[in-house]
Design a binder for this molecule. Structure first.
Ligand SMILES: Nc1nc2c(ncn2[C@@H]2O[C@H](COP(=O)(O)OP(=O)(O)OP(=O)(O)O)[C@@H](O)[C@H]2O)c(=O)[nH]1
Ligand SMILES: [Mg+2]
Length: 593
């Protein structure tokens, strides 16, 4: 929500209906004070309950705050964010374009071709695992691109990417066609309400079939223009660079139609794209300026974190004096890591920044605590009752997007029988605290793109804590899968061998029966397990330890033959003539997830 500051009062935009909690946040007052004022006015409302605009206005007046409320026209929170306020003073701004699509369809290669870079060659495991933002120039105009990972594990990052952008380029490999993550990208783009351009890539390859892709697009309600629809499609090759200038022209054309505008002369606002720790620089955030202008020295607040901007850089680390709308930037100066996906706004000074953060932390503690305390304990009890085996793990990752993706992908492995319990997670290298927590909770530590300092390594060895480091997400997921599989109770596979109908009983003791009979089905072999069945009822499960053909011991007896049988029992069983003895083998097979 953009706040405009006038000499006396601040104008804050809110929607028709707003929760008490988020109104308190906007007003930067403790939620208890707001609830108190509502009660004074005869309105019993809790933190998460919604009140309407008129009631909110009355309460603000009652509280005598230097604030004016105005009704926002936006329907959804994302819509507000996606289309930053354009005012009469608004100037056109560069488009923000997210490149999305199935794994390996050529998203990064396409951006490399556009930028003349070669990011692909340095990617661990040959896949993209983060959001990266770049700005390129085409026909003297700027375009901001966001590269996103295609691997299924990174859904959280992709959804986030779609929320950041004006236009989504859906990359489809012409030799592969539409795939699951293509459809997911289409869904995210539609949900975010942004324009879609389809880049049919790899047209240089044998087996490239552009028409088949267009057909598949039509089946997903994306009818291409030349077939009477309004879906913009551009065949390209990241390898030969064919069609790339046309694609860039199309992006600028769509941007013009959309009339993307923003105010440049207001304090900067926007969104946190990613955040991580960097040796010697502390918390480092990647952000996208959506409206206004950002400068070094500004105070910005993003969720529970604030910063006095120390370094302001482009995404290839060039220091800059100003960042205007649609510019992706790198910011240092945060005290703690801001959350990815949080909005940031510029405030007047440190005092105001601290005040806003303190209020938010207090509000979130009030609303969060009731739930947190109950839910974990409840889940643990339910799991215990359901005999669910849990694998305790601690996750450390380099950036928040990865942490969210790793956690989501691992939680998706849960079944009715086994589940992941994330007892700790965080960013940065594996600390001695992590080792201690793992030791006390018998957890495995998984590190994604982080390192294990020597001191932690030594402590892990001392405490026999398992630490596993990975650079490629699917290798980490596979490792956890195999650990979870170990918790699965093995599958018991029984194989029928053969059947004997008892014709005579020669000896019965507590531990042994010797009998004879006819093999009516299959082949008897020893040793084997068997069930003794009378009138379709199982009366005992025993072991067959010997077979005799005439006087000679036999290893196997075939159907239709008569034979003698040695049965090992654990209690006295009165076998009868015509009882059925079904022999079978039982093996326990470890199951895989
Ligand atoms: N022949 C041909 N190969 C291409 C083209 N574009 C990409 N490739 C190859 O396809 C493979 C995957 O390319 P990437 O750019 O990593 O694909 P991606 O969509 O970014 O993959 P993720 O980020 O992991 O989802 C690489 O081996 C590229 O060299 C193209 O236009 N033609
Ligand atoms: Mg990629």
């Amino acid at each position: 929500m953009a706040d405009t500051v006038t000499s006396q009062k601040t104008t804050i935009q809110i929607e028709d209906m707003i929760t008490v909690g988020s109104l308190a946040e906007h007003l930067a007052i403790p939620v208890s004070r707001l609830i108190g004022e509502l009660m004074k006015n005869g309105i019993m409302a809790t933190v998460n309950e919604k009140i309407d605009f008129d009631t909110a206005q009355i309460i603000v007046e009652e509280l005598n705050l230097p604030i004016t409320l105005s009704k926002s026209t936006a329907t959804t929170k994302e819509a507000v964010r996606l289309k930053p306020l354009s005012s009469s003073k608004g100037k056109s701004r560069p488009p923000v374009v997210a490149v999305m699509g199935h794994v390996d369809h050529g998203k990064t290669s396409l951006l490399d071709a556009i930028r003349g870079a070669n990011v692909v060659k340095d990617e661990a495991g040959g896949i993209t695992q983060h959001i990266s933002a770049y700005q390129v120039e085409h026909n003297k105009r700027q375009i901001t691109f966001l590269d996103t990972p295609g691997h299924e594990a990174f859904a959280a990052i992709r959804e986030h990417g779609a929320m950041l952008t004006d236009i989504v380029i859906i990359v489809v490999a012409a030799d592969d066609g539409i795939k699951p993550q293509t459809l997911e990208a289409i869904r995210f783009a539609r949900k975010a309400g942004v324009k879609i351009i389809v880049a049919i890539n790899k047209i240089d390859k044998d087996g490239a079939d552009i028409n088949r892709v267009k057909q598949q697009l039509a089946e997903n309600d994306l009818l291409v223009e030349e077939w009477g629809g309004d879906t913009v499609v551009q065949p390209v090759s990241a390898k030969t660079k064919e069609g790339i200038p046309e694609l860039l022209d199309l992006i600028l054309l769509v941007a013009d139609i959309e009339e993307l505008k923003a105010d440049y002369d207001i304090p900067g606002t926007g969104l946190i794209i990613e955040a991580h720790y960097e040796q010697g620089r502390g918390p480092v955030a990647q952000a996208l300026v959506e409206a206004g202008t950002l400068e070094p020295g500004n105070f910005i607040v993003a969720g529970n974190a604030y910063a006095k901007i120390r370094n302001l850089e482009t995404t290839n680390h060039q220091p800059i004096k100003q960042a205007t709308p649609s510019t992706p930037v790198i910011i240092t100066g945060f005290k703690i890591l801001p959350e990815f996906g949080e909005e940031f706004e510029t405030v007047n000074n440190e005092k105001q920044a601290r005040h806003i953060v303190a209020t938010r932390v207090a509000n979130r503690q009030v609303s969060g605590s009731r739930i947190d305390m109950g839910s974990n304990e409840l889940i643990r009890l339910i799991n215990r009752d359901r005999q669910l085996s849990e694998l305790n793990i601690i996750i450390k990752a380099d950036v928040q997007g990865s942490l969210a993706s790793v956690s989501d992908s691992l939680k998706a492995l849960d079944t009715d029988e086994v589940a992941i319990r994330i007892v700790g997670s965080g960013l940065g290298s594996i600390s001695e605290n992590d080792i201690y927590l793992a030791h006390t909770s018998n957890a495995i530590i998984y590190g994604f793109n982080v390192n294990l300092p020597t001191s932690s390594k030594q402590q892990a060895a001392r405490d026999k804590v398992r630490v596993r480091l990975y650079k490629v997400i699917y290798e980490l997921i596979d490792d956890v899968k195999s650990e979870l599989s170990k918790l699965l109770s093995p599958e018991i596979i029984e194989t029928e061998l053969g059947r004997l109908i008892v014709k005579g009983i020669f000896k019965t003791t507590k531990t042994e029966i010797i009998c004879g009979g006819e093999v009516t089905k299959g082949k008897l072999t020893v040793p084997a397990l068997a069930r003794i069945i009378r009138d379709k009822e199982v009366i005992a499960e025993v072991e067959i330890v010997g077979l005799r053909r005439g006087n000679a011991e036999a290893k196997e007896i075939l159907e239709g033959e008569m034979c003698g049988m040695n049965i090992k029992t654990t209690k006295k069983i009165e076998l009868q003539e015509n009882d059925r003895i079904d022999l079978f083998s039982r093996e326990t097979v470890a199951r895989q997830l």
